[in-house]
Write a protein that binds this ligand. Structure first.
Ligand code: MHO
Length: 200
């Protein structure tokens, strides 16, 4: 979908998302790094609760949030790519791809493949927006060991840049375990950024 920073925020504050991590996948070279990504693509791995958000809804978000559009030719790093984990996901991804291909007059560049090795990105890429708020992270104990697994980190990484919106934040703030000062801080940032762009 483009750079993984913004889309990590986008999915992280979507209801039904349990946790996210960004990484490199879709290629064949071993042990890619940001500075040596080989033939891999920047991707986001999502754990989600299918009772709250469906795979189809996630696909819909995928199609609507490409940083460089759906028909632009890009280097492999930013390739539009869906990596499915089972047969059900493959069928859903292919069906939505077919519909989108028609809308794009056959110019769609998205690829679909089976998910193979996923290489988590370096810590500094995980919850990139959240990591800009060092004092908040420190006060919540969100150190690098938690960045790939914490539900709270995924949510805050979105809310802090305005994803999800105030009403949704207020609905779940009681479950997130923030104290009043932390919640106020997030509200201020959310308000400041709501409606703003998510570009890298
Ligand atoms: N615009 C960003 C992209 C980083 S992303 C993780 C940059 O130039 O650093 O690809």
């Amino acid at each position: 979908m483009g750079c993984f920073w913004s889309n990590d925020s986008l999915f992280g504050a979507t209801n039904g998302i349990i946790r996210t991590r960004v990484g490199y996948a879709g290629g064949t070279t071993k042990n890619p790094h940001y500075r040596n990504i080989g033939d891999h693509t920047e991707v986001i791995e999502l754990d989600y609760d299918p009772k709250t958000v469906t795979y189809e809804e996630l696909l819909d978000m995928f199609w609507k949030n490409h940083e460089y559009g759906l028909t632009t030719k890009l280097k492999r790093q930013y390739q539009s790519l869906i990596l499915y984990h089972d047969e059900e996901q493959r069928l859903a991804a292919e069906a939505s791809h077919k519909a989108m291909q028609i809308r794009c007059n056959g110019q769609l560049r998205t690829e679909i493949a089976s998910a193979d090795a996923f290489y988590p990105a370096e810590d500094y890429h995980q919850k990139y927006r959240l990591q800009g708020h060092k004092d908040l992270c420190r006060s919540l104990g969100l150190d690098s060991s938690k960045l790939q697994t914490s539900h709270l980190a995924a949510r805050l990484n979105g809310y802090l840049v305005g994803v999800g919106g105030m009403a949704q934040f207020e609905q779940e703030v009681g479950r997130l375990g923030l104290n009043e000062k932390q919640a106020e801080y997030v509200r201020r940032e959310l308000e400041r950024n709501e409606g703003g762009g998510l570009s890298c």
